[in-house]
Design a protein around this ligand. Sequence first.
Ligand code: UTP
Length: 295
Amino acid sequence: MNKPLRKAIFPVAGMGTRFLPATKATPKEMLPIVDKPLIQYAVEEAIEAGFTEMIFITSTTKRPIEDHFDSNFELETKLAAQKKSELLDIVQNILPKGISCAYVRQHEALGLGHAVLCAEPLINDEPFAVILADDLIKTKPRNCLKKMVETFQDFHHSILAVEAVPQDQTQRYGVVKPKENAQQDFFVIDDIVEKPKPQEAPSNLGVVGRYLLTPRIFHYLKTLPRGAGGEYQLTDAIAALLKEEPVGAMKIPSKRFDCGSKIGYLEATIAYGLAHPQLKDEFVEILNNWQSYHH
Ligand code: UTP
């Protein structure tokens, strides 16, 4: 029987070195875009796509993520006493009813493949999603993960989100080799290579932080040798999986911001600031006047 997609893994155990010193004692995933941390955008995307069980792969310094998705009795009591009902609502609805959270420690940052393997005891034999919160993908015009789930319901095999990346940046991504017509939004892939040099990349389609995987991936994660950067790479396990089962790629339907990099983070802050109902008018004015402020 085809099992439903209910579980989403959020690997948040990386060290976020590109954001030091901000990430020395604070998780990268708690950095806010305007007023919401990156991890909350990712969880909201997953809930909208129908996932109900959130599994976080954490490490030292990541406790604030647990606290963020837990209730805060003292804060809620205070907001209620002050009759700040709008804020109380925001705080109480970070996690809607019926959604559960579990936390698994990755004791050493041995790579994304190893992080996903840490969730195996909680997955059983079901397909699941992997979501990297530092790839922030706008849910409008379409929720990327939801579109992947709809496609999964037709094919029941693993699906990776991909995006055309500049040819000189292939070394930052897992890059797919399409089996079929790569002009389409969805296609089956023949191969995937982690961080290829531009001249060796099989296409310009880079994998971004959304994956739907069948549980068969765990078989390959367990036997994986270390790959690029000496880490256990999820990409290498997918390369082995696709020799046994079809693996598809879906072009993302909305704009993505690479919030693991400072420049992508700044771009996202501008985009979400300009879309924020209470802030946008004032923010547009500030940006328009920016040139004159500084001359
Ligand atoms: P990154 O390659 O972005 O690494 O990991 P990082 O440590 O977060 O950031 P930098 O490069 O040092 O600045 C991609 C995703 O995989 C998770 C990270 O948390 C991030 O979401 N990850 C990576 C793990 O959970 N465990 C690992 O061992 C490695």
